[in-house]
Design a binder for this molecule. Sequence first.
Ligand code: TXA
Ligand code: MG
Length: 347
Amino acid sequence: MEHTQYRKNKPNLTAAQQDQITAAAQILREGGTVAFPTETVYGLGADVTNPDAINKIYQIKKRPIDHPLIVHIGDVSHLDTWAQAIPDSAWQLASHFWPGPLTLILQRSSRIPDSVTGGQDTVGLRIPAHPVALALLDALGPEKALAAPSANRFGRISPTTAAHVQEELGAAVDMILDGGACEVGLESTIISFHDQSPQILRPGGITLFALESVMDSPVMLAHNISQAIRTSGSLPAHYAPATPLKIYSTKHLWDRTLALAAQGSRVLVMTWSDIGQSQPSDQSIQHFSMPADPITYGQQLYAKLRQFDQAAFDYMIVEAPPDHPSWLAITDRLQRASHNPFDNKQN
Ligand code: TXA
Ligand code: MG
């Protein structure tokens, strides 16, 4: 991804979009909430310096108050307004990847209220790479920043279009800015710093390869992430459709699907590999082919899960993604959405 292109794109907003952004900034200054597009997913934004506005986010999302919010800023030069004791490696990552799908967990400054961080002394910060989000942050000015989690109810699938936000949160939000479909489609990569060295807390839009290409030392996956991806166990249901979602290896995909269909279940099957072409003929099975590359797969995943969730299937069966680092974010989200934490050996 070319990170400077978003800055260049900024002046391309229409006059109508500019008017909407001015109105949105006013709502935010008055303590309201605005859903806005980012390159990853849509965010539900409020003025970070206004605890009453922050509380509205938790109420609308039905999110437990100890779950900290990501804070969106407009420029790298604002970073030390909101964070302190910033490690060199964080500056390095920020200057390389921002605007972009990378969130840095840093020691918070006194400007960040407790309600934003769930009382923790760290804060997650990023600059979103979307012209509408950047224009909104510009309109708010350097004294403000936008606390914004994904604009969905807690635990559900993140929205990647304005229509998704409308469906899910509707009138609860004061305004929804429409910036089209999100380019990345999965949430940002979250990095924390332990003894100055970066660790991935959540795989996302910036891959491990991309991170390592700018760091001198290897970037680690935080222990709980690698465990969640490599082993089965009790994972929190998150990013989840209401329809039970199961992940099976390419080898066992059709066996398991036919077994469910034989019990009278209506099954949606999502594949990425050639196995999709050998679909058994069975009225109760519907097959959907996803792209075989992780970028386009990631762009489409949430919209497809939402669409199929509304189609009254008894199960969604998903082919396990390739065991390759470029699929890490997808594997992570599918695992969390699934009712059978995937284990390569057993499924
Ligand atoms: O791409 C994204 O990151 C999107 C867009 C809107 O920017 N936002 C997003 O926010 O995914 P949310 O709230 O749905 O997920 C934020 C994640 C949570 O898992 C939260 O625990 C973690 O970030 N997080 C936030 N602040 C943190 C902190 N201080 N320490 C550790 N984790 C933190
Ligand atoms: Mg979320």
